[in-house]
Design a protein around this ligand. Structure first.
Ligand code: FE2
Ligand code: FE2
Length: 129
């Protein structure tokens, strides 16, 4: 593994850990059972992604609640539609981030597809009343 790959993977791992916090926060905030279930499902996936990244980096990282705090603030002011579209966009970028590494690290492909799955779910939920 090159230094640059290691740096990128550490970044991904941190992103996954922070995404767990974000989705758990969203699950706490929502009054909708359907949304809560979707957020908790996504949180579980992000935890699995963090574990895959940990296997690659061998580095223990600490979850950071910055993203969750930003989302909490946004939750209180932004319409649900906008908030979920923002989350979907983050998932899109997240999935794209893995793409260049898949040829050398095939285990990252399932993460990429999960992020696109999250994107689609969040987009769909953003359109529901
Ligand atoms: Fe993820
Ligand atoms: Fe995701």
């Amino acid at each position: 593994m090159t230094d640059n790959e290691m740096k990128a993977f550490i970044g991904f791992q941190q992103g996954e850990l922070d995404a767990v916090e974000m989705y758990k926060k969203l699950a706490q905030l929502t009054k909708s059972d359907k949304l809560r279930e979707a957020f908790l499902d996504a949180a579980k996936d992000e935890g699995r992604h963090a574990a895959i990244m940990y296997k690659l980096t061998g580095t223990q990282l600490t979850p950071d609640s910055k993203l969750a705090n930003i989302i909490e603030k946004a939750y209180k002011v932004a319409p649900k539609r906008i908030l979920l579209q923002g989350v979907a966009l983050g998932e899109q970028f997240g999935g794209n981030g893995y793409r260049p590494y898949i040829a050398d690290y095939p285990e990252l492909e399932s993460i990429m597809f999960d992020e696109y799955k999250h994107r689609d779910i969040m987009r769909k939920l953003s359109k529901e009343k």
